[in-house]
Design a protein around this ligand. Sequence first.
Ligand code: F6P
Length: 530
Amino acid sequence: MTLSSWKKVEAEYARLSKKTLQTIANRNDLDAFIWPAPHLEADVAKQFIDEGAMAALQGLAEERRLKDKIRSLFAGEIVNVSENRPALHWTSRGAGKGIPAAEAMAREAEKAATFAEKAASGGLGFTVRTILHVGIGGSDLGPRLIWDALRNYASKGPQIRFVANVDPEDFAEATADLDPKTTLVLVVSKSFKTPETASNALLAREWLVKALGETQANNHLAAVSSAIGKAKAWGAAEDRIFPMDESVGGRYSVWSSVGLSLQIALGVNVWGGFLKGAVEMDAHFRDTPLDRNVPAKLAMLDVFRHSNKDGAPTRTVLAYAHRLRKLPEFLQQLEMESNGKNVSDAPGGLIAPTAPIVWGSVGTLGQHSFHQLLHQGLRDTSIEFVAALNAGAGDKARGRALLANAFAQAEGLLEGRSREAAEKELLAKGMSAEKATAQAVHMHMEGGRGSTTILLDTLSPESVGALIALYEHRTFSAGILWGINPFDQWGVELGKVLAEQLDSAIAGEDPGKRDPSTLRLVSRARKTQA
Ligand code: F6P
């Protein structure tokens, strides 16, 4: 790693490490650490960061030419170098005029929108009450998150069920109470050869054929894929196959036809609002100088917190909104598949290690489980609260409780509790001095656990669109700062190849030369599965 700007960032980290977070967070320049963007603000005032550190990070962004990379992204230039492609996910939100691939996608998107309206209004020759969405990874996690987040905005249209796992229990559970006569099976797979999806697509087809017969079954199939031939071979009619472009990566694809089940079920207005919010965030990211550019600045903070020596190896995402409960899972793929890498083509090489391990849950549930470790454990993690100011879905008391809990956790993690304060509390409750002294030791909390609060104005289609686009651009920016390509995923390939070999080995074929543990596992499984 030879970037001179990174040395300065490291020096800033070392300087800040001599202070307590409580001191850093007791800021006179609070406003500089509240970062407003469309539909939301990122409050990083409780984070391990100050103006000096941010200035050094801006130096890193300059040396990594982040501004120029943002320009390249929005010009449709090749930013996915290892696969020789642009990254055009942002064009699926209705932009990209003048970029031929984006214009072709827009024409296809129109066809998908027409199909969505037809499907929702009984135009397919049967009433669609349920869409069985079959996909995995980027062809599943985005639609799942957004369906949960926005389904309460939909009028009483079709519902969506998701099937992803190769374990047939998933399919059985999803279809247990479904009527094939009113179900549209939508397979979403860019490659149409992902084993889990291919196997669930066959199960779904068999399920329809059994109930409706071959001809009727085909009328209940649709697909989103770039492998048109494979989708046709599965049984979908040509005019019900909606292409995906190679330049839209799975984890960035919810805005494209990958979101077709959402378009059908949410309806054109909610879907339009979702895209609109994202477009607003795109404009912010594209046009705002880096010192006010929120996705870029959050990425700088990520690099600062996760890549410095003694930095935090994980980020804990706490969505204080039931409707955003799938956010941690979605971000796991977005951030860890994008940036969990160590190969760098960038001048100056890699800043290692790169992406944090992203994990988390929904507030307030985590408070009754793993927050114990956040408050008193000695593992460092950067915590991220996500909440909406209109929390509570109209129930003010509960909305207040939700926000109060989020704010209380953030405050408690920062400030902690001294032994003396704990002892005082116990004495006030009437405990003997001796017992209070002994118990207060266990109640002591160091504090100094930093957090970011991402506060949405309201939980709405627009704000959710803006939030997801914010995370996409933050992930892209962090990848650039780390010196890696956030758009490829070579690391997931090996497992697929090995799984195919081991499937044959369990079925009885020669397993070949392997480690003793794997050979033993194969022979154990053969007894029940061969
Ligand atoms: O295995 C990982 C992955 O390749 C993801 O990148 C992708 O989102 C997912 O599989 C699904 O791929 P497909 O849409 O081709 O089925």
